[in-house]
Design a binder for this molecule. Sequence first.
Ligand code: DLL
Length: 432
Amino acid sequence: MSYFQKNVECMPRGELTALQGERLSALVKYVYERVSFYRAKMDAIKLKPSDVKSIADIVKLPFTDKNDLRDNYPFGMFAMPKKDVARIHASSGTTGKMTVVGYSANDLDIWATVMARSLTCAGVTRESTVHVAYGYGMFTGGLGAHCGAEKIGAAIVPASSGNTARQITFLKDFEATTLCCTPSYAAYIAESLAEAGYTAKDLKLQSGVFGAEPWSEAMRAKIEKGLGIKAYDVYGLSEIMGPGVSIECDAREGLHVWEDHFYPEILDAGLERVEDGKSGELVFTTLTKEALPLIRYRTRDLCTLDSSPCKCGRTHARMGKILGRTDDMLIVRGINVFPSQIETVLMQTGYVSTNYQIVVGREKSTDTMEVRVELNSDMFGDEVKKLESLRDDLEKRVYSALGLKVRVRLVEQNTIPRSEGKAARVIDSRKL
Ligand code: DLL
């Protein structure tokens, strides 16, 4: 088992809790002095910085959400003058106005460190070659993975996303051992590799570090087979840092949250904390960030938390795979549906590809849902009767998993748009 910072990653929980408490109380003082938004919020509830002494006091603090960042666009929530800011990223977001985030030089160093810890979990060492096919630019994926790999001392191929044929040439010729990109892009690369007449054996890849969007276990199995790798789920969000907030270790029983920097809480719909194992909204407090510290930031991501010890020896709590987002949950005829649930059903069949799209509409005031799926290449030439029975089978499977009648449409290969970044799985025309 290798670690990047064993003493921190395996710190006894008691020490970790004490460290979090110290950092939280310093953070609250810091934001009270420097960020008028937090000062006003704390004054409104008559909370003084000195009232926050330990991590348990975090429940006294107010929440922050994306709208607060948007209302203070671009730099209103920064705790530093712009001259001290070292880098700016922005997240376009699937809905609404852009969110701008900033980092001090120290923030960037911490980000590279947590990403280095994360890549180490996925087996990256200084001897590795890391191919980064997350987009470089304002999106945090590319540079986040890049700086983590650099911190380890690995060789980096900064491919960025796009031009899949060229990605395959690089992967082959430069003998990358780890691939970093979104899971949907990894699936696309695997598909293109096979189409180009290669197999996983033509590559030297051993692991993949995939995140930025939800993906199912079945999708994981498919990517692992296609690329001949072990795939790790990495999570993060720009507001808190970028990729590297949490990652799976070899045990792959949840994603270790680097809790010495990011304090996680899971809250129910009434914003009360829930116990370990119960799912709810993930909320983070940045314990060490200087440029844009955030207190109790509501991610809208739904998952569980587990603070029990892990087989790998790391003590940092593990979050479950993201189940979905409070804002991408579809309510179809009163039934809550997450795109990831549909994905799980589809992938379990073994006869559809990783490409699918969910189209929600409304006919005569009733919601309709159509799931468009591409069959695996070896199946499409089959006769109509067989295709019809596959379609019926899929509709039945979705119904038995979700209790929802949907229409399944089998479409020709390569008709659903491929994604080089985050996949757009849902078209909801009811909102148009
Ligand atoms: O997606 C940062 C990132 C880059 C993470 C590369 C991992 C790898 P944002 O663009 O700000 O940042 O989007 C953050 O993406 O709130 C989740 O809804 C979703 N997300 C990120 N990682 C995962 C994951 C980057 N592993 C939003 N599983 C988050 C599911 C994820 N959803």
